[in-house]
Structure formats: structure tokens, C-alpha cells
Design a protein around this ligand. Structure first.
Ligand code: NAP
Length: 463
């Protein structure tokens, strides 16, 4: 008789689709179980792992990337395999996954961006910040893009931490960027940058800004840059003042204090300016065939039906003379083949990580989600740990009841054979470590943490 599943010799088999933080935290939680034993195969459409830690975290924030050490430890555990350069839906279908795995966990994150829905949004020179982030980070999907950095004035819409990243990369002295792992082509383009003024636009007030204290402080301390605020926009309305006073987390109050600390510096005398504006919503990107300006509307804050404060237009408008616009108003998940999808939220409908049918809300057996595709694009890298642990708890609870179809074939060699049969050149973790080492070696003579390979062909050619 075959050994029962969940043992060392015959572990439960789980596929994790997506190798960002949520995928790795979930893999760790699955692999560290003593009873039952679980084997994890992790898939990524890119040859490189780590999702936004490689392709999203700003190149001048290398410390944040040290979290990779934890993920490497997970990848070193017995019963873990990495299949890079394998796209779910293209190289392996849901039906194939369910033939070879007891459960499938999707951790595909949020790959696109939210739209503003205003006229002129698609003019040349108006871009989602997510593409700029992917571009300067050498993500293969975005390496062919170009951004017209001959623009002298730029608007960044939204005041979250992605807006902070984009603004910093545009404002930072080149020599500082040259010491990072920013993509080579991005460094070349930034060398020619004419950007002198960056407007950072928050639709609500300073008390509601989504950035965190170190990030706004960093903008205030960039060499050659003045962070300029408008004192009138830092005065709080009574409802914001009351709300701030009740917050246990001091982040928002400190944000306001940091910004107020800039008042006495006025315009400053540095060559580059970051102008933070609050209570300002974009209403139209102006220009005939490319961006020539941005019309913004002054807002006031009003209580909303959930007890929070929302921005409401006052009808008073102003035009900013800008030639480049980045909308940085949030990431958005994308649908996956054969899985339900909530278009409005950009997430896969689920209950505690169990994927549910969109109409009946009944669980779809053996399918799970974790990370941004489960809850939307909020929180920092570490937020995904508890999120992944919660989903894994459900997966472990459900394992004993898993009833795969008659064609179920959990032989670990079978997946490799299926991929080989389709001529898919998959990248193992050992392959990735080789690429990793090459990147680090290439960067060393220039004093950089690494020099990234940015095209899939280039990566595969090294192996
Ligand atoms: P975010 O934190 O949700 O910020 C989005 C910003 O866009 C908010 O200021 C929001 O304002 C604004 N916004 C939304 N819709 C808008 C509209 N229609 N018009 C104008 N403004 C609009 O999103 P994010 O910056 O993309 O970051 C995503 C997550 O990653 C966050 O949790 C962030 O902290 C994290 N992250 C962290 C770091 C880091 O730790 N250094 C770096 C990057 C990202 P409202 O508040 O009014 O909605």
C-alpha cells in the first residue's frame, strides 16, 4: 500500500504561483511543518525571484532588500523547488497544476496600476508610476519604455510611499544613484535629466498623507534639493486636528510636524525643488499631443459615510506648468486565467485566503491566495507574513479533505517532464543563484551592489 500523504517520503504537494514576499512567507510556513510534511514548488513567470523586492523596492533602499536573506533560507529547505521563467496560464494551466498538486496558492501581487479617470490621462508624457518603478529597477517588462526627462517640471500624483520613491529617484544626485543597482539604461537617461521641479500632489491634507516618516524626511534631506511646503496648506481643519489627536500611531502627527519643520526654510536656495501640495486633485492633464500642464482643483475635507474624511472639490482650479505626469495612486491586481476576479478591487475573491466563486461565494476547493492579490495593495513587505500564515492555516486545515481527480499524478518528476515537453526553459534556484552571483560580480568593480540583467534572453544566455 502507498505511504499516506504528509510524510517525509510522500509529502503533500503545494504549488505557489508568484515568488514575491507573500509567496516566500507562505512557503516558509508550509515547509516548516513537522506534521504533515509539505513539499513546495514555487513558480514565477520571470527567471528571477522576489517580486517587488527586486522589481519594486527603490534601488537606493538596499537595506530593505536584506529580507532576501530570509527567503534564501526558505529556498534552502528540503522539499523546496523553484521554477522560474514559467508563466501560469501560458506554460502551465490551472488544470495541469491541479493534476500535479494537492493545493495551489496564488501570490501574484498587483501587477498594474489604478487609473485617475480624468481627461488627458493617456497623453504622451503621462505615465503610471508603476511603469517608471519597473523601468528604473530593470524589470524585463518595462525596460523598453522611455520617459522624457528633458521635462523641467514634473507632477507626481498621490502621496504614498511609491510617490516618495519616484520623487527621490527623479531628485537624487546622480552620483548617489550610480552607487545602487538601478538599471544601467535608467542611469544613462537620468544623466541627461533636466528635471528641476517636482510637484507632489495630495488630494487630502497633510494629516492624511499615506507616506511614512523616514520617507518624507528623506525628501527633506536630499542634497541639492529644497522640500518646499505651503504654510496655508499645513493648517489643519478642525476635523483633521480632532482625528489626529485620537490616533495612537504617531506616524500622521509626525508627518505633519516634519512638513511644518520645512516652513521656515521657505523656498530655499537649492537648484532642485520638490513642492508638496495638499488638498489638490488633478482634474485634467493638459496638452494637444503631449503633456503641457495639469489642471488641479482645490479640495476641502468632508466627513464620509464611514466616518472618515474625503476630499471634495471646491470648483477653484489652478494650472501647473508640467511636462511629465506620474500617477502614483495605487497598484491594482490583474485577473489570472481560469480564476474568478473582482474587477473593482483588483483581487481574487476569497474568504480568509480560500478562493471563492464570485457569484455563489462558495469555496473553490484546493485554490488559495495570499498577499496583494488576496487583500489589495496595502502594507509593507512584512505585512505579507501574517497574511500568508493566515492562508496557510486554512490550507493545512483543508489538506486532509483534499479529493483530487482521477488523473491526479503527484510524482515530482512529472511537472519537469510536462514543462520539458512544452520546451519551457525553466530556471531552478541554483540557476538563479548563478545569475545572482554574476550580477554581483559585474557590479563590484563599480562599487555597486549588483549590475542587473534586465532581459529574459540575456538572463537565459548566462545559464
Ligand atoms: P498608497 O500608500 O495607497 O498611496 C496612494 C496615494 O494615492 C494616497 O495618497 C491616495 O490618497 C492617493 N490617491 C488615490 N486615488 C487618488 C486619486 N484618484 N487622485 C489623487 N490621489 C489619489 O499606495 P502606494 O504609494 O502605491 O504604496 C502601496 C503600498 O506599498 C503602501 O502600503 C506603501 O506604504 C507600500 N510601500 C512602502 C514603501 C516603503 O516602505 N519605503 C515603498 C513603496 C511602497 P488618499 O489617501 O486620499 O486615498
Amino acid at each position: 500500500m502507498a505511504e499516506a500523504f504528509g510524510t517525509e517520503g510522500n509529502p503533500w504537494r503545494v504549488a505557489v504561483v508568484g515568488s514575491g514576499p507573500a509567496g516566500f512567507y507562505a512557503a516558509e510556513e508550509l515547509l516548516k511543518q513537522d506534521d504533515p510534511k509539505v513539499a513546495v514548488d514555487m513558480f514565477d513567470r520571470l527567471p528571477t525571484p522576489y517580486g517587488l523586492v527586486r522589481g519594486g523596492v527603490a534601488p537606493d533602499h538596499q537595506k530593505i532588500k536584506t529580507v532576501i536573506k530570509l527567503y534564501e533560507r526558505t529556498a534552502g529547505r528540503p522539499r523546496f523547488r523553484f521554477f522560474g521563467n514559467v508563466a501560469f496560464g501560458r506554460d502551465l494551466s490551472l488544470a495541469e497544476m491541479l493534476t500535479h498538486y494537492h493545493q495551489v496558492l496564488f501570490c501574484t501581487g498587483a501587477e498594474t496600476d489604478r487609473r485617475m479617470g480624468i481627461p488627458g490621462e493617456d497623453l504622451a508624457g503621462s505615465h503610471p508610476a508603476t511603469t517608471f518603478v519597473g523601468w528604473y529597477n530593470g524589470h524585463p517588462d518595462y525596460r523598453h519604455l522611455s520617459f522624457d526627462l528633458s521635462a523641467e517640471r514634473v507632477a507626481v500624483i498621490g502621496v504614498g510611499n511609491v510617490a516618495m520613491d519616484v520623487t527621490r529617484i527623479l531628485a537624487r544626485p546622480l552620483a548617489e544613484l550610480a552607487a545602487t543597482d538601478i538599471a544601467d539604461y535608467a542611469l544613462e537617461a537620468l544623466k541627461e535629466s533636466q528635471v528641476r521641479e517636482i510637484y507632489l500632489l495630495g488630494r487630502r491634507g497633510p494629516a492624511q498623507a499615506a507616506f511614512t516618516n523616514p520617507e518624507i524626511r528623506e525628501l527633506a534631506n536630499i542634497e541639492g534639493v529644497d522640500l518646499v511646503v505651503r504654510p496655508d496648506e499645513l493648517e489643519l481643519d478642525p476635523a483633521s486636528a480632532e482625528w489626529l489627536a485620537t490616533q495612537k500611531d504617531p506616524t500622521n502627527q509626525r508627518n505633519v510636524d516634519i512638513l511644518r519643520g520645512q516652513i521656515e526654510k521657505g523656498e530655499g536656495n537649492q537648484p532642485r525643488k520638490i513642492r508638496v501640495r495638499f488638498l489638490a486633485s488633478p482634474v485634467e492633464v493638459l496638452g494637444s499631443d503631449r503633456v503641457e500642464g495639469l489642471r488641479i482643483e482645490r479640495n476641502e475635507l468632508v466627513k464620509n459615510e464611514w466616518g472618515g474624511l474625503s476630499a471634495k472639490g471646491t470648483g477653484q482650479t489652478e494650472e501647473l506648468e508640467v511636462q511629465l505626469v506620474f500617477r502614483s495612486i495605487g497598484y491594482m491586481g490583474t485577473a489570472l486565467p481560469d480564476l474568478p476576479f473582482d474587477e473593482r478591487k483588483g483581487t481574487i475573491p476569497n474568504r480568509e485566503g480560500r478562493v471563492v466563486d464570485a457569484a455563489t461565494e462558495q469555496p473553490l476547493p484546493r485554490l488559495y491566495v495570499a498577499g496583494w492579490i488576496k487583500r489589495g495593495p496595502t502594507g509593507v513587505i512584512g505585512t505579507n507574513k501574517q497574511d500568508a500564515i493566515n492562508t496557510v492555516k486554512c490550507m493545512l486545515e483543508d489538506l486532509p479533505a483534499v479529493a483530487p481527480g482521477a488523473d491526479f499524478d503527484p510524482d515530482p518528476g512529472r511537472v519537469e517532464a510536462v514543462l520539458a515537453g512544452k520546451n519551457v526553459r525553466f530556471v531552478s534556484f541554483a540557476d538563479w543563484k548563478r545569475l545572482d552571483q554574476l550580477e554581483v560580480e559585474r557590479g563590484r568593480p563599480q562599487g555597486r551592489p549588483r549590475q542587473k540583467f534586465t532581459s529574459v534572453e540575456e538572463m537565459l544566455a548566462q545559464l
